[in-house]
Write a protein that binds this ligand. Structure first.
Ligand code: MV4
Length: 447
């Protein structure tokens, strides 16, 4: 059993983890930067340690400093949350060396999945459907083009170290290939110091469907159904839901089995997410696996009744999964909206500052995950997400009505937010009918 966990994160996820620890009777250590002295996670934890200045490079990404804080406070484990060091194989390896349990999969699995070209190869070898494309990593434009000409256009060139849209280009026609390949590769070199690329056939207007899995140290793997995360802007998800309005039980079973097989193919342990693209004809393809807890995990918690953070902690403690696939029943429909301090009419420019007035919704089936409070000053140095509203009801239609009601109640004064934009999406006829895809926002919210 863990006695004490250090949370290497900030914001609502740090608060979420502190609460799970407290419920499990585990002591908590918060780490914070100079500007997070008044942050909720700093105040809620049993102990708090300042790890550096505002810049995340010198604080929340400062591995030595976080390891030192863990040793000084005698914590047994580190929960990395999402973002920051959560998918940093080097950090996980440092924890392993220092005998600190990193709450997540092994550093080997993190680096395996972080290398997207390699993950793709592994999945092909395990007979998991991947998007048609290159079988080996590619480095050289001329060589890549010969392969691209065979695969056929439109094609997508992706950086092996990428994800989240960086180092990625759609190539519509042969003439553009060399130029676009170089552009994507240069971006990859600048962002990741890695020129390894791979290619996939471009799937037009797919749905982004991801499966939540849980895996223990003994090879047991289960899935908790899917999340539909098709509503995104510039690779930032805005609305997520579970189940997906497009997936019927038969497809869910098939994709779930494939997601489990993907996790087993790399010896996965902890909570993880297998991302698929689902095309218009109902074909699905493995895209990536995320080796962390995700922002949108609450929608899965609402429909499954499980606490994913607690499950992660139990798995890290070496417990066997307390559920088999048969024990998992998914009930009702959950939707999450991400509220950011930003101004949609100024190209979504971040809007940090003091929250002068704050009123949050509540009621049956309404969950609020946040770390902000009235008079809190949002610092300009970090992510602009300030609040997640998650609703749960029997049907999708009822969940949408509940989200409309909840969004309508929120009052945030002092900073700009995307609340009105979210409300418009939630009320859009195409969203309500479930006719969504990754091009939804481009198609209907051009301006
Ligand atoms: C794709 C794709 C279509 N075809 N790959 C975007 C983020 C990165 N993780 C992968 N992405 C995509 N890869 C192929 N072969 C379309 C996207 C994509 C996308 C995917 C999920 C959610 C939103 C998206 C928005 C634009 C493009």
């Amino acid at each position: 059993m863990f006695h004490k966990i250090l949370i290497a994160n900030r914001g609502e996820i740090a608060v979420r983890i502190i609460r799970a620890c407290r419920e499990l009777g585990i002591k908590t250590v918060a780490v914070y930067s100079d500007v997070d002295r008044e942050a909720l996670h700093t105040q809620l934890a049993d102990e708090s340690i300042c790890i550096g200045p505002a810049s995340s490079l010198k604080s929340y990404l400062n591995m030595e400093q976080i390891i030192s804080a863990t040793i000084i406070t005698k914590a047994d484990a580190i929960h990395p949350g999402f973002g920051f060091l959560s998918e940093n194989a080097k950090f996980a390896a440092m924890c392993e060396k220092c005998n600190i349990k990193f709450i997540g999969p092994s550093s080997d699995v993190i680096s395996h999945m972080g290398n997207k070209a390699r993950a793709r190869q592994t999945m092909m070898e395990a007979n998991i459907p991947v998007i048609p494309g290159s079988e080996m990593p590619v480095f050289e434009a001329e060589e890549a083009k010969e392969l691209a000409d065979q695969i056929g256009y439109p094609i997508m060139v992706k950086a092996s170290s990428g994800g989240g849209g960086k180092g990625m280009r759609i190539v519509e026609k042969e003439e553009d290939f060399i130029r676009y390949f170089h552009m994507a590769q240069q971006e990859a070199i600048n962002a990741f110091g890695d020129n390894t690329m791979y290619m996939e056939k471009y799937i037009v207007s797919p749905r982004h469907i991801e499966f939540q899995i849980l895996a223990d140290h003994y090879g047991n793997v289960i899935h908790l159904g899917e999340r539909d995360c098709s509503i995104q802007r510039r690779h930032q998800k805005m609305i997520e839901e579970s189940p997906s309005s497009i997936i019927k039980e038969e497809l869910r079973k098939k994709m779930g089995e494939v997601a489990i097989a993907a996790a087993q193919a790399v010896g996965y342990e902890s909570a993880g997410t297998v991302e698929f693209l689902l095309d218009y004809s109902g074909n699905f393809y493995f895209m990536e696996m995320n080796t962390r807890i995700q922002v949108e995990h609450p929608v899965t918690e609402m429909v499954s009744g499980l606490d994913l953070i607690k499950e992660q902690i139990r798995i890290a403690e070496g417990e066997t999964l307390s559920y088999t696939q048969k024990d998992i029943t998914l009930q009702g429909h959950a939707i999450e909206c991400r509220i950011n301090a930003e101004n949609p009419s100024k190209n979504f420019m971040p809007s940090p500052g003091i929250i002068k007035r704050l009123l949050l919704p509540g009621g049956n089936g309404v969950r609020i995950d946040t770390a902000v409070y009235q008079d809190y000053e949002i610092p300009p140095y970090y992510d602009s997400m300030i609040l997640k509203i998650i609703v749960h009801d029997k049907t999708r239609t009822e969940a949408i009505r509940k989200m409309q009601t909840a969004l309508g109640e929120v009052i945030v004064e002092g900073v700009d937010t995307n609340l009105d934009f979210l409300y418009e999406i939630i009320c859009h006829e195409k969203f309500i009918s479930g006719d969504i895809s990754t091009s939804f926002l481009q198609d209907y919210f051009k301006e």
